[in-house]
Design a protein around this ligand. Structure first.
Ligand SMILES: *Cc1c(COP(=O)(O)O)cnc(C)c1O
Length: 386
């Protein structure tokens, strides 16, 4: 059984706060993804924005996954790491001319285009550079991911993708664009999706759009179903590897692929989320009028998710031996009221100096860290190089 290992005995001399990555768990997660990818003949791209650490990218590249990028710098980074350019896709609603040129210069697998105007711009940049751009169109499927509203992307009110009402118009533009080769369809409904019925609905929407294009005599070589598979933030120990088999099965059973069509995925959180832990120390215990506060030396500058989308992370005291349980608000040192990791958390009696783990911090953790309050950049520790 895979598990998350925290080598507490080696943490003593490391200055907190720091990010810890369990490399063995990451590798096991990747081998499960690679196994299923092979069995189903899918192509899985790692959504790079979830964690861009070189070491993590190297390990993911070694596992044979492609890369899904949302900026020109991400494209350059993964190419620099050694990802084969034919496995790199580039999405995002606001690609700059320079980013498009960068991606074209690396001959990436393709662009996932999010507006009619973007298709036109990519075409003219490709022609100016004597290149051809492989383009898939990102369709807004109007499927509710039933996740937090700040990480929902596939509804008509979201800025992402092209609405079906604009499908004919975008296909016209593509047809008239000499610098563009149409490759297929792209979708992404949102992140931290745990209800498989959401992906089932996505499948049926993809089937509809795909048939629509078939009726129009347009060949769709590639279908990209995006990412979004959620992780268990409540029990990262028990479910340290997400249920990829169940997820892929939804698509395998319900998506009607035509002969020769290739199905792609872009998973971020599900791949790197559980292998990362933010380790911090208690600076102070403070008994408030209504609350007991534990003030940690990590805050929203290291892990922004709770402040950004009221995200839940399991918090554990790694060192207390106390049998007494207390309720605490676990907060950071930053001058913001939202700088809190959790309210009314039941924990063993905790004291100044205790080491704390904030679990499931591998995705959208370190990448979102910043130097607000001129904070130090946290150290990064890998389990196999400690
Ligand atoms: C962020 C993103 C993903 C990955 O989402 P996860 O929830 O981390 O799997 C995939 N595709 C696109 C286009 C994205 O923007």
């Amino acid at each position: 059984m895979a598990q998350l290992n925290i080598p507490l005995e080696k943490f003593g001399s490391i200055r907190t706060p720091f990010y810890f990555y369990d490399v063995a768990l990451l590798k096991e997660t990747l081998s499960e993804v690679a196994r299923l990818e092979k069995a189903h003949h899918f192509d899985v791209h790692y959504a790079v924005k979830a964690n861009v650490n070189d070491r993590i990218l190297e390990i993911i590249n070694e596992a044979g996954l492609g890369a899904d990028c949302v900026s020109g710098n991400e494209v350059s980074r993964v190419i620099g790491i050694g990802f084969p350019s034919e496995k790199v896709v580039f999405a995002g609603v606001g690609k700059t001319d320079r980013e498009i040129e960068t991606a074209l210069s690396h001959n990436i697998f393709g662009f996932n285009c999010e507006s009619i105007q973007e298709v036109q711009v990519i075409n003219s940049i490709a022609l100016n550079n004597n290149k051809r751009a492989n383009v898939s169109i990102r369709i807004n499927p109007n499927v509710d991911a039933k996740t937090h509203k700040h990480i929902t992307t596939g509804l008509e009110e979201n800025k992402f993708g092209i609405n079906l009402t604009d499908l004919d118009a975008v296909l016209e533009v593509i047809k008239a664009s000499k610098g563009i080769d149409f490759k297929g369809l792209h979708f992404h409904i949102g992140s931290q999706v745990t209800d498989m019925s959401r992906f089932l609905e996505l499948c049926s929407r993809i089937n509809d759009v795909s048939s629509l294009l078939e009726q129009k005599g347009i060949e769709v070589e590639h279908i990209n179903a995006g990412g979004g598979l959620g992780i268990d933030y409540h029990d990262p120990h028990k479910n340290c590897i997400p249920n990829f088999a169940e997820y892929f099965n939804v698509f395998n059973k319900n998506l009607k692929l035509k002969p020769g069509q290739k199905l792609h995925f872009e998973l971020g959180r599900a791949i790197v989320g559980q292998c990362g832990v933010l380790v911090s120390r208690v600076l102070y215990e403070k008994a408030g009028k209504k609350k007991n506060f534990l003030i940690l030396d990590a805050g929203m500058s290291e892990l922004m998710r709770p402040a950004l989308y009221q995200a839940y992370h399991l918090i554990g005291n790694l060192t207390s031996k106390s049998m007494e349980q207390n309720e605490y608000d676990v907060v950071g040192p930053i001058c913001e009221t939202t700088d809190s990791f959790g309210q009314n958390i039941l924990l063993p009696k905790s004291s100044r100096g205790d080491l704390f783990a904030i679990y499931s911090a591998g995705a959208y953790g370190q990448v979102l860290s910043n130097r607000y309050n001129l904070r130090d950049v946290p150290e990064v520790i890998y389990s196999d190089r400690i």
